[in-house]
Design a protein around this ligand. Structure first.
Ligand code: COA
Length: 491
């Protein structure tokens, strides 16, 4: 019997073996899954705390240095687009070393001069917080100094005409070999394509980027804007590209090329017009006043005068004193949610229920008449009085401020957006401070440097040349103005 039982238990034991195996495997799987959950939790916790970041500083905000402290920039920029970028990086704490041609410097030092023999406002307002060194990049010794600078800097920024940097011998390959961590950032007029070799200035970019064809009045020619969206706009794009590349470098350990074409930068700022170009295929652009005027649309987005670029119709209206003051105007937006308040304010309460005026769609064909009626009211008040009355009712309006009013506006001085600085040769001048306010990175705006003001200190302190070597460099003509024959000999 016991034998029989044993015999019978054998197959049961056999069956129990795979069952144990399955249980073992399941336990193994569960343990592995637990491990994964633990790992993910650990990773998430690390991410939440800022992977590999130091402990949050206990210093009061504004006393823990500046955002770009420790970043050194070899600034090979000139005119406006590049200098806008590097000035902003300097405002945020980067050590910006501006390399200029001996005896000449950035061409803007002498352009649009208002004070004889002093650096122009064109230059001083774009080169604050930088150091200046003069180096002839076509002189053999000058190239040696530049190579040394490349090794000591994190970013090279340039906006020369296409090919100029290569002609100096500073190709990407050369720079990357000397310093694989260096980021090389460039502004060019156009990206790769048929126009890539062209030199470009502000207004060329405004025209090629779609801004000019969509700016101005329908009846008039294309118009360029006063805001320097091609130069300063592209400089801002480049600054963002550089900071992103600096961040990526923390992970990869290597630099990269950053390119901003001015045409691309302008198009990015004019993107709402590319939006409208595509909407045009599906019917007229009803928020453009030409729709209300019954003027048919063509194949491309038209100029829209002072129409608002968004979904809330707006226009520039005259205010009291407009006959003498060219800036006595206000931008008035007939935002739908406050339409009732607008009607009451201008004495047209009946429009609130009139089916021709009560809804945004009903108003679209009548915008010209509506704005003319509102203007009858705005013309009885100064632009600041209109602002006060409308703001109290949440009606969005904006006074047309002259540059004189902006220069004198106390609140812009208080925030550091408009700053007065003192300059040794031109005296006090106003500049635009950092428009980007960082709560833990204070910005102290400093005057622009004189040509070559920091040459000696950079040669000694940044590049480690001895006093004897500096004297030798001075004698070589690499950092001082030279006549052409001497330069040809040295090259
Ligand atoms: N030492 C010796 N030579 C120097 C030098 C230095 N420190 N710094 C500049 N140069 C030389 C360059 O090597 C170049 O010489 P090359 O043409 O013989 O190679 C020369 O100075 C002039 O450079 P370039 O950029 O061609 O200046 P430009 O005055 O003729 O053109 C722009 C100006 C703005 C049209 C042109 O630089 C450009 O298209 N830049 C890109 C787009 C841009 O930024 N435009 C907006 C400017 S706000």
């Amino acid at each position: 019997m016991a034998k029989k039982q044993k015999k019978a238990a054998k197959p049961a034991k056999k069956a129990a073996k795979p069952a144990r195996k399955v249980a073992k495997q399941a336990a193994k799987k569960a343990a592995a899954a637990k491990k994964v959950v633990k790992l993910v939790a650990k990773k998430n916790a690390a991410r939440q705390n800022g992977d590999a970041l130091p402990k949050p500083s206990s210093k009061p905000f504004g006393q823990a240095g500046r955002a770009l402290d420790g970043v050194r920039i070899l600034d090979f920029t000139h005119v406006q687009s590049g200098p806008t970028c590097t000035q902003l990086l300097a405002y945020m704490g980067a050590d910006v070393i501006k390399v200029e041609r001996p005896g000449v410097g950035d061409i803007t030092r002498g352009q649009l001069r208002d004070v004889p023999n002093a650096d122009s406002l064109y230059f001083t307002m774009l080169n604050g917080n930088k150091r200046s060194i003069t180096i002839d990049s076509k002189h053999q010794k000058g190239r040696e100094i530049l190579d040394r600078l490349i090794k000591q800097c994190d970013v090279l920024v340039e906006n020369f005409a296409p090919g100029a940097l290569d002609r100096m011998g500073l190709t990407w390959e050369h720079i990357h070999k000397l310093n694989p961590r260096m980021i090389v950032a460039s502004v060019k007029g156009f990206g790769p394509g048929p126009y890539e070799d062209c030199k470009v200035y502000e207004n060329v970019a405004q025209c090629a980027g779609g801004s000019a064809s969509t700016t101005g009045f329908r009846e008039g020619p294309p118009l360029v804007t006063g805001a320097q969206i091609g130069d300063s706009g592209t400089g801002l794009h480049l600054a963002l590209g550089i900071t992103a590349a600096l961040y990526q470098r923390i992970r990869t350990g290597r630099g990269q090329k950053v390119l901003c074409a001015m045409q691309d930068g302008v198009l990015n700022l004019a993107r709402v017009k590319l939006r409208d170009q595509q909407r045009l295929a599906h019917g007229p652009l009803k928020e453009y006043s030409q729709f209300g005027e019954g003027v048919p649309f063509g194949k491309a987005v038209p100029r829209a005068g002072n129409d608002s670029g968004g979904g809330q119709p707006g226009w520039i209206l005259k205010c009291k004193g407009w006959e003498e003051d060219p800036d006595a105007y206000i931008y008035f937006i007939t935002q739908a949610p406050v339409w009732g308040a607008i009607c009451d304010l201008i004495g047209k309460s009946e429009w609130k229920t009139d089916p021709d005026y009560a809804t945004p769609n009903a108003r679209l064909p009548r915008l010209k008449h509506i704005f003319a009626t509102i203007e009858q009211w705005t013309m009885t008040l100064s632009k600041f009085e209109v602002m006060e009355k409308c703001n109290a009712l949440d009606i969005p309006v904006g006074p047309i401020l002259s540059m004189k009013e902006i220069a004198e506006e106390p609140s812009l001085r208080a925030t550091g957006t408009v700053v007065e600085v003192d300059h040794p040769t031109r005296g006090k001048y106003l500049t635009v401070g950092n428009p980007i306010k960082l709560s833990d990175s204070p910005c102290e705006v400093k005057r622009s440097p004189l040509l070559g003001e920091h040459t000696d200190e950079i040669l000694k302190d940044v590049l480690g040349y001895s006093a004897a070597e500096v004297a030798e460099i001075k004698g070589s003509g690499a950092i001082t103005p030279q006549d052409k024959s001497a330069r040809a000999e040295a090259a």
